[in-house]
Design a protein around this ligand. Structure first.
Ligand code: 4NP
Length: 149
């Protein structure tokens, strides 16, 4: 069983989508996917309504997810930790205890986008179009991840 953690800032917009998209593309007997945020702003909350809507549009249900903050113990619990953007990536590296922890952290778009475009843009302050854009980027990245896993 491979364990994958998706991480963004608030764990209400991007990483809940990444969690559901990847889980939908793999066998749940082989791969477990979860998500967390580097910030504590939204602990215990449901995903953002706009993420719920874009997920539903693509036939994914994320309403049962609840936001939680990333904890150092997650480095022990997960095999791969995907950061949504450069800032999440740097924050995770700061929490890493050793090289083994560091090597688990990857930028989710690294293999599907050019080096200058490796961040999934934070859609929180934007409109619905931002969420569809985020969905497309994550769908493409998760397709690649599912094939490699
Ligand atoms: P997320 O989006 O990191 O994709 O969940 C955000 C959610 C909340 C905030 C920022 C980004 N916030 O500032 O509260």
């Amino acid at each position: 069983m491979k364990r994958v953690l998706m991480v963004c800032l608030g764990n209400i917009c991007r990483s809940p989508l990444a969690e559901a998209i990847l889980q939908s593309k793999v066998n749940s007997k082989d791969v477990f996917v979860a998500s967390a945020g580097t910030a504590a702003y939204h602990i215990g909350k449901k995903p953002d309504e706009r993420s719920i809507a874009v997920a539903a549009k693509h036939k994914l249900k994320i309403t049962n997810q609840r936001a939680r903050k990333f904890v150092v113990k997650d480095f022990d619990e997960f095999d791969v930790i995907f950061a949504m953007d450069e800032s999440n990536y740097q924050n995770l590296l700061l929490l890493a205890r050793n090289e083994e922890d560091e090597q688990k952290v990857q930028l989710i778009l690294k293999e599907t986008r050019l080096p200058e475009n490796v961040s999934v843009p934070d859609p929180y302050y934007g409109g619905d179009e931002g969420f569809e854009n985020v969905y497309k980027m994550l769908d493409e990245a998760c397709e690649r991840i599912a094939q490699k896993i």
